[in-house]
Design a protein around this ligand. Structure first.
Ligand code: NAD
Length: 494
């Protein structure tokens, strides 16, 4: 038990246990062993965190910190995260099974998000309106909303934390971050950097806990002004219902079943690399996983042969090892779900071309082989079920119109990939696909500068880019009488 790392939560600048020292275990998905113990926040703990954030926002130090200084805080935080990317990445890998190569790189890259919004902090301003009335001047100001609740899933903990908190803080809000119950450690460790970045106590509070009571109490708390949620669509529905309590603004970044379309004229090697990156990167546990592959008939056989060759060579194993290319799934529940869905697809007539099972040499941990499944038609359940694992469903198509209709036949609309050498076609297709992000001849790239978000059941609201900082503000309209005359009698019409 002594090897199990003990974590605490950050509330009002102090490291504390949950009320009654309630805790839950975190499991290393590569070994199946308990490696950390995490506080399970009660309703009262949530209340403490939100009240601390409210004080910091309304009367505390943050309310007196100007935008330039907020930018400096974010810049320092970005530098600190980049400087600690090795340790933070390692913790995230042990907690989630995501490759260390990727978590370390991602922890370093999130510095860019803090730096980008550090630069924007003092560029948020209002307007003077050319009003249609005499002797009046009308100004608008942009003000922060107040306490932002950021709720994230277990994959890409730190990345999603940065994407939410950087614009929120830049705009002058304070935050309560809720870590996922499946992987809280990296976010709690990241909390150590908040004081070092000279961000005042209460501005950033980090809590861990289960959906009930912690998640519900946070997202329905009367002091919360905005909820920024990333997770699954079912949870999103609960959160929207919770927000009926506090009437908080909500943004939702949800899952997907993103189509990747390869035309006959595509560069096969490049498209294969794009497909592999899209579905086997992060073991397919990515919201933008390119999990539906549509292949044009003329290229389909050759493409599948090449894809199988590449996917069969993926080195699966210890996510901390530098040579590993695919780690485990994050939870035992994920593994069970994927096994059940692959079995169901086979009963519906789908053919497993590669994988479809746990690797025999890896008995411990939640590993699953890279899997390619050719489906008989669009109705096969896995064509529109988000598996969140390394499972690619494949369907062949003949023409452009047909594939647009197949790609759009989904409850989701987060991302899409198009591989073709025909630039006019890539433009037509980009316009026709109903998804928030379209990658042409590339896949799975993000940046703080580019907006991110989905259509349909993939959510609403956008993260990243200039707009995100405005989304964390609201407009106040100020009417000024510029006349030196007193106001006239309102009952005498002129
Ligand atoms: P999840 O929806 O189960 O949980 C996400 C978070 O919500 C967790 O912190 C959880 O504790 C909290 N939560 C659960 N029930 C709640 C409730 N009733 N009230 C308040 N909070 C509650 O998601 P997950 O299984 O951890 O993550 C996988 C999902 O996240 C997938 O669907 C994936 O596609 C999605 N995802 C989306 C993006 C994106 O940017 N679009 C990024 C990563 C993951």
């Amino acid at each position: 038990m002594s090897d199990v790392r003990q974590y605490q939560m950050l509330i009002d600048g102090e490291w504390i246990d949950a009320e009654g020292n309630r805790r839950f275990d975190s499991v290393n998905p590569a070994t199946g062993a308990i490696w950390a113990s995490v506080p399970d926040a009660s309703e009262r703990d949530v209340d403490r965190a939100v009240e601390a954030a409210w004080r910091a926002f309304s009367t505390g130090a943050w309310s007196k910190t100007n935008a330039t200084e907020r930018g400096r805080c974010l810049r320092r935080l970005g530098d600190l995260v980049a400087g600690h990317s090795e340790e933070l990445g390692r913790t995230e890998t042990i907690d989630t099974g995501k490759l260390f190569k990727e978590t370390r790189w991602q922890a370093a890259y999130i510095a860019e998000y803090f730096h980008y919004y550090a630069g924007l902090a003092d560029k948020v301003h209002g307007d003077t309106l050319p009003i249609d009335k005499p002797n009046l001047m009308v100004l608008t100001t942009r003000e922060p909303l107040g306490v932002v609740a950021a709720v994230v899933p277990w994959n890409s903990q730190l990345f999603l934390t940065a994407v939410k908190m950087a614009p929120a803080l830049a705009a002058g809000n304070t935050v309560v971050l809720k870590a996922s119950e499946h992987a809280s450690a990296a976010m709690l460790e990241f909390g150590q950097l908040i004081a070092e970045a000279k961000i005042p106590p209460g501005v950033v509070n980090i809590i861990s806990g289960l959906s009930e009571p912690c998640g519900r109490a946070l997202t329905s708390h009367p002091r919360v002004a905005r909820i920024s949620f990333t997770g699954g669509p079912e949870t999103a529905r609960h959160i929207v219902r919770n927000s009926a309590e506090n009437l908080a603004e909500v943004s939702l970044e949800l899952g997907g079943k993103s189509p990747v379309i390869v035309f006959d004229d595509a560069d096969i090697d490049s498209a294969c690399n794009g497909v592999v990156a899209g579905i086997f990167g992060a073991s397919g546990q990515s919201c933008v996983a390119g999990s539906r592959l549509y292949l044009q008939e003329g290229i389909a056989d050759r493409f599948l042969e090449r894809l199988r060759e590449i996917a069969a060579q993926i080195r699966i194993g210890d996510p901390l090892a530098e040579h590993t290319q695919m780690g485990p799934l994050a939870t035992r529940g994920q593994l069970a779900k994927i096994e059940a869905e692959v079995a169901r697809a086979q009963t519906q007539g789908a053919t497993v071309l590669l994988g479809g099972r746990r690797p025999q040499q890896l008995a411990a941990g939640w590993f699953y082989e890279p899997t390619i499944i050719e489906c008989p038609d669009q109705k096969t359940t896995i064509m529109d079920t988000e598996l969140f694992g390394p499972v690619l469903s494949v369907l062949r198509f003949r023409g452009e119109e047909e594939v647009v209709s197949l790609a759009n036949d989904s409850v989701y609309g987060l991302a899409a990939g198009i591989f073709t050498r025909d630039s006019a076609r890539s433009l037509r297709m980009s316009k026709a696909i109903r998804a928030g992000i379209v990658w042409v001849n590339t896949y799975r790239i993000v940046s703080p500068i580019a907006q991110f978000g989905g259509f349909k059941n993939s959510g609403y609201g956008r993260e990243s880019g200039m707009q995100a900082i405005y989304d964390y503000t609201r407009v106040k309209t100020i009417w000024l009488n510029t006349s030196s005359e007193p106001m006239s009698n309102p009952f005498v019409m002129r």
